[in-house]
Write a protein that binds this ligand. Structure first.
Ligand code: NAD
Length: 473
């Protein structure tokens, strides 16, 4: 039975008793939210055993029944959406209601679960002639181990859970040690609608993540996080040739062509870069603007950015929150300092108030910065956008393609055909025109180069959670 749970219900269900587990603090205030249980490798062994047992019956169900169970899980998320959004806001920092924040993320969990349930996955007939008949079926892989980050902890968990379950696998997840309560609560809510053992969450740090990768009872790892950890997982998975999907870091470029309208694109550029206070894998992280409209784009962006309130996520007016943790705050502060040291011009922000509680770094726009400055070349994963001037479009494309990562990219111009020509030349898994980072459960998403391996979403994403199996007669 699906119940509407309160914030207190969720904490009571998932948090460790006081004094046990890891302290989880609100990044906006430093206040204690609760304690997260810390699972051991023995807990992992037991969870994998349960998942293997549950998988046998789960895999036997027809797609329609697994889809119905996913839709019931989506109903359960909807019923407790308010409490889930509050917990997410407190733990991750993102504002609870306004903008593309906590309520939006919980809504995304519902939408992705339903969209994943809705795909038709039928065996494909490959050959049917006088030589015989060959069909392609999509068989479950077994137990999928999901490892996730702290920026969109609930939604990214659903991206791992929903397609894996839909294809007949069972799931054991390890959320980030920074945001475990959100994911434990999400699974608690979804589990009202799922059979026992099909979805389990174990909280722990990177050591537990390593144990997932090494575990002989886990058949596939689906990982979202940094490129460095992705490489460690790929090495670890080699021992027993586990299947892997890696969604890793990026440093997305946007190119504004010389015919764009600065006023018309400013808000889209802003949210492309600053969604979730910049802590988004496929956020706009370096902006290349034609010299012809450079000053106008800078001016319009400053005007939009100035009007976006940042603060405690539980206060209604805010649309931007703090960085989630001190380590990320320090990265952003170091990179903005590097920009200043390199002679770049700070248009807005760049002056954090060190005495305020919480990891707030102000919305920062940096102009006249060299392409090789660390704020451009490294992933800031925070609210600081470097704006690089170009005079030659070929140069801008070369700069955009000049890094080892390639998650997303964008091109901005009213001439969509011209923008598409540029888009085709950008080395990224997703290229958006006149928007950035707008994901859709029907459209495959993932990185090229060192931004990852494999795709999530769409039919392609479902098939990543299955083994292709041909049957020939
Ligand atoms: P991270 O790599 O530090 O941690 C991610 C997860 O991996 C955590 O759960 C952590 O405990 C675990 N982990 C750490 N070491 C491990 C190991 N050796 N083996 C197994 N697991 C281990 O990443 P993060 O700081 O949480 O996330 C930020 C990064 O994630 C950014 O680079 C961002 O761009 C990227 N990201 C990518 C996507 C995408 O879809 N491509 C989405 C969100 C975030």
């Amino acid at each position: 039975m699906t119940e509407t749970l309160t914030y207190a219900d969720l904490l009571a269900a998932v948090a460790a008793p006081e004094g046990a587990g890891a302290e989880i603090k609100d990044p906006a205030t430093g206040e204690l939210i609760g304690h997260a249980p810390q699972s051991t490798t023995a807990d992992l062994d037991a969870a994998v055993e349960r998942a293997r047992t549950a998988q046998r019956d789960w895999a036997k169900l027809p797609h329609a029944e697994r889809s119905a169970a996913l839709n019931r899980a989506a109903d359960a998320i909807e019923a407790s959406a308010e409490a889930l959004a509050e917990l997410l806001s407190r733990e991750q920092g993102k504002p609870v209601k306004n903008g593309p924040n906590a309520a939006f993320e919980v809504g995304g969990c519902v939408a992705w679960t339903r969209a994943t349930a809705a795909f038709e996955i039928e065996p494909e007939v490959l050959v049917d002639d006088e030589s015989g008949r060959a069909e392609l079926h999509w068989a479950p892989i077994g137990v999928v181990g999901g490892i996730g980050p702290w920026n969109w902890p609930m939604m990214i968990s659903v991206w791992q859970i929903a397609p894996a379950l839909r294809m007949g696998n069972t799931v054991v997840l390890k959320p980030s040690e920074y945001t475990p309560l959100s994911v434990l609560a999400l699974a608690h809510v979804m589990n009202q609608a799922l059979p026992e053992g099909v979805l389990q969450v174990l909280a722990g740090d990177g050591e537990l993540g390593r144990a997932f990768t090494a575990h002989g009872g886990i058949d596939k790892i689906t990982f979202t996080g940094s490129t460095a950890t992705g490489k460690a997982i790929m090495k670890g998975a080699a021992d027993d040739l586990k299947r892997i999907t890696l969604e890793l870091g990026g440093n997305d470029a946007g190119i504004v062509l010389d015919d764009a309208d600065p006023k018309a694109i400013a808000e889209g550029l802003f949210w492309g870069a600053f969604i979730n206070t910049g802590q988004t894998c496929a956020a706009l992280k370096r902006l290349y603007v034609s010299d012809a409209l450079y000053d106008a784009v800078c001016e319009e962006l400053v005007a939009v950015a100035r009007a976006m309130p940042m603060g405690n996520g539980l206060e209604e007016q805010n649309v931007l929150g703090p960085l989630q943790n001190k380590a990320q705050y320090d990265i952003v502060a170091r990179l903005v300092q590097a920009a200043k040291d390199g002679g770049a011009r700070v248009l807005l922000g760049g002056d954090p108030d060190g005495s305020a509680p919480g990891y707030f770094y102000p919305t920062t726009l940096v102009a006249d910065i060299d392409n090789d400055n660390p704020l451009v070349a490294e992933e800031q994963f925070g609210p600081a956008l470097p704006i690089v001037r170009y005079t030659d479009l070929e140069q801008a494309i070369a700069w955009a393609n000049g890094l080892e990562v390639g998650l997303g990219a964008s091109v901005w111009s009213p001439d969509v055909e011209r923008a598409k020509e540029v888009a085709l030349r950008l080395e990224a898994g997703s290229v958006w025109i006149n928007k950035h980072g707008a994901i859709d459960p029907r459209v495959p998403f993932g990185g090229v180069k060192q931004s990852g391996m494999g795709r999530e979403f769409g039919e392609l994403g479902l098939k990543e959670m299955a083994e292709a199996k041909s049957i020939s007669v």
